[in-house]
Design a protein around this ligand. Structure first.
Ligand SMILES: Cc1ncc(COP(=O)(O)O)c(C=O)c1O
Length: 387
């Protein structure tokens, strides 16, 4: 008698994870031919010089495993960028690791430090990978809301959430999805709260070069007390318009980096070689990242000027490439329904803010991404004028 081959049943480790809203909205945008201002990626190319540098590296035979922690020249370029912008010197040998994007960097940091039963604080609305990362580590997610309306950190609530079991807190500035940025005083307050604790900090700074109106990015690297307990994470994908390359980095004190690399070694081991060499060569000129805020500010201003004549109410966009709007004047639909309707009937895709809250908190706010060509933004604005 033959038995049918059978795939054993498994118990999911991530019971609440399904298809992300980004995938759902992108598919819907495609189905209805909508202008996709949902998912956060540019619809234009990176600098041809950077793209050529990858080909160059491959032709020069730089195609085998690089060092586990990353190509030395790239770690040196990252260290010198951080030193020149934020005044902190990281040792490229012991304190900087190249990762497969910020997503892997954050997961690896969480797996390296969070033990089963440990608590980790997440500030909502939050980027969607944080909570599942903590679950995979066996940690307990402690959610603290940013102040509704302003999305400022609520330090009284953070203080109330901190306790002996709080292994780490993750912050994100400039912030996706709200486009708010942390101030010097915010960092000082956080330092004050963490001072008496052993709580570590993961600082997601992937939009570090996109802060507008002449304001400087308040990196944790500028704050010695915080930097001494932090994994600082960034992403070349955001900075150089190449989100699909998935290359990022983590800067952290040597003892934290050592633990980080133990996990990294058996998870990713190394990140693709030619891209690392290309990024290292390209970073020799600081202009591309120094000019990024102005580049995106022009897009932001154009987009905001167009939105100002629609029935959507603009929220501030201090950083990132996102613009949130309150649509209460135009509709009383829930956010997810509004985004579906907008895609289907108006032809513009957006992301509901409720997707960034575990309980689906609905504030009638949706997020647009303006990392798009001018003609794409103009096409979206023409359609939104019909609202
Ligand atoms: C806040 C935040 N963190 C991390 C990431 C992921 O970055 P990467 O593509 O380098 O993994 C994103 C991408 O959208 C993001 O918005």
């Amino acid at each position: 008698m033959t038995t049918m081959p059978r795939t054993p049943d498994i118990v999911t480790r991530l019971p609440t994870v399904g298809t992300t809203i980004f995938t759902v909205m992108s598919a819907l945008a495609q189905q209805y031919g909508a202008v996709n201002l949902g998912q956060g990626f540019p619809d234009f190319e990176g600098d041809p010089k950077l793209l050529d540098a990858v080909t160059d590296a491959m032709r020069r035979g730089l195609n085998q495993y690089p060092p586990m922690a990353g190509v030395v020249a790239l770690r040196e370029a990252v260290a010198s960028k951080i030193a020149s912008l934020y005044g902190r010197t990281f040792d490229p040998g012991a304190e900087i690791t190249i990762t497969a994007g910020a997503t892997q960097a954050i997961l690896t940091a969480v797996l390296a430090v969070v033990h089963p039963g440990d608590e980790m604080i997440v500030l909502e609305p939050a980027y969607d990978s944080y909570a599942p990362n903590i679950e995979l580590a066996g940690g307990r997610i402690v959610r603290v809301a940013l102040t509704p309306g302003t999305f400022r950190p609520d330090f009284a609530a953070i203080s109330a959430a901190l306790n002996r079991r709080t292994r780490a807190i993750i912050i994100n500035t400039p912030h996706n999805p709200s486009a708010s940025v942390w101030s010097f005083e915010d960092m000082q307050r956080l330092a004050q709260l963490l001072r008496p604790t052993d709580t570590l900090l993961i600082s997601d700074e992937v939009y570090e070069h996109m802060v507008f109106d002449g304001v400087s990015h308040e990196s944790v690297a500028r704050h010695p007390e915080l930097a001494a307990r932090a994994f600082i994470v960034s992403s070349f994908g955001k900075t150089y318009h190449v989100t699909g390359w998935k290359v990022g980095y983590v800067a952290a004190p040597a003892s934290l980096t050592a633990e980080f690399r133990k996990v990294h070694q058996f998870n990713v081991f190394t990140v693709n070689t030619p891209m690392q060499h290309a990024l290292a060569a390209y970073m020799a000129a600081p202009e591309p990242y120094l000019g990024l805020a102005e580049f995106y500010q022009r897009k932001r201003d154009r987009f905001r000027a167009g939105l100002a004549s629609t029935r959507l109410a603009l929220l501030p966009s201090q950083g990132t490439y996102f613009q949130c709007v309150d649509y209460s004047r135009s509709s009383d639909r829930g956010e997810a329904q509004m985004c579906e309707w907008l895609t289907r009937e108006i032809g513009v895709a957006a992301i509901p803010l409720s997707a960034f809250y575990a309980d689906g908190f609905d504030q009638h706010i949706i997020r647009f991404c303006f990392a798009k060509k001018e003609e794409t933004l103009d096409r979206a604005l023409e359609r939104l004028a019909r609202l």
